[in-house]
Design a protein around this ligand. Structure first.
Ligand code: FDP
Length: 280
């Protein structure tokens, strides 16, 4: 596992340099979910893939930017799913972006995730590592990753980050978000999953939601690359992650690019979601 974390650190240092150079041209290629890939996504993907390919402990990798699983070493122990640069279009407007990694054993399913990592590229570069027992925050300085603290969530937070648009929200979801406004939650939504969830984690609580909507009944966020790693992190930090009906990590995966509705937060807010979605 240590080898994998070291490889992620190496990729992070390389990606940070690429972002700082400021190459933001659009590429002609599209990824499997139809987004137009930006050059930064592609370059970051290549950096990460090349570094993982050096590790004998890795059996397979799969990237959000690629159609298929890549075989590395048939005798390797670990499977890694990653989103090389989530929200990469936000670099154009100088907002934070991030990389997300889920490390699995046996197969790419929620109940087989054993570790998760994400990296935020913002005013600072920070890395959060979850081994299933603790969630640790590191900060990059001079290409070193210094331990800052363990992240633990409170019972209740003060922030809400509601994904998608009101036009596409189902009535019960709209009702829940309106109730949160009435209960004095602050609205915060950058449009980047990594910084938005990082915000909630570091503030100790709140709710990030990306529900099923009238245009995307299964939500937008990808299970392997986005939803499972963050569910693992939120649960380990003492919060929770649900799709409204069940724990996110119990959702069945039928295809590597499956999406699912998801809610991440502290326990009070997750209970609020479960209550609201119970009879839907
Ligand atoms: P993006 O499309 O910019 O890559 O991964 C998808 C994602 O960003 C998340 O980072 C973000 O939380 C979400 O989409 C934002 O979607 P909406 O604009 O539909 O709310």
């Amino acid at each position: 596992m240590n080898e994998i974390i070291e490889s992620i650190k190496k990729s992070t240092i390389e990606i940070q340099k690429i972002i700082a150079k400021g190459d933001m041209g659009k590429s002609e290629e599209q990824n499997s979910t139809g987004d137009t890939q930006l050059k930064l996504d592609i370059i970051s993907d290549v950096v990460i893939e090349n570094n993982f390919k050096l590790l004998t402990c890795v059996k397979q990798i799969v990237s959000e930017e690629q159609e298929n699983i890549v075989n590395i070493n048939k005798d390797g122990e670990y499977l890694i799913a990653y989103d090389p640069l989530d929200g990469s279009s936000l670099v154009d407007v100088n907002l934070s972006v991030g990389s997300i990694y889920g490390i699995f054993k046996n197969n790419f399913t929620g109940n087989n995730i054993i570790a998760s990592v994400y990296v935020v590229f913002g005013p600072r570069v920070e890395m959060v590592v979850c081994d299933g027992e603790t969630v640790k925050l590191y900060r990059m300085q001079n290409e070193e990753f210094n331990y800052i603290k363990d992240i633990k969530m409170d019972q209740k937070g003060t922030i809400k980050s509601p994904g998608s648009t009101q036009q596409c929200w189902y009535p019960h979801h709209k009702e829940m978000i309106n109730e949160m406004f009435e209960d004095n939650y602050n609205l915060t939504y950058s449009g980047g999953m990594v910084p938005d969830l990082h915000h909630i984690l570091l503030r100790g609580g709140g709710l990030f939601s990306y529900p099923g909507t009238s245009d995307k009944s299964k939500g937008k966020l990808r299970q392997l690359f986005e939803v499972f790693p963050f569910a693992h992190i939120f649960e380990t930090a003492g919060g929770g992650a649900t799709d409204g009906k069940q724990r996110v990590l119990e959702i069945e995966t039928t295809h590597i690019h499956d999406t699912s509705p998801c809610f991440f937060g502290s326990n009070d807010e997750i209970n609020r979601v479960i209550t609201k979605y119970k009879n839907i």
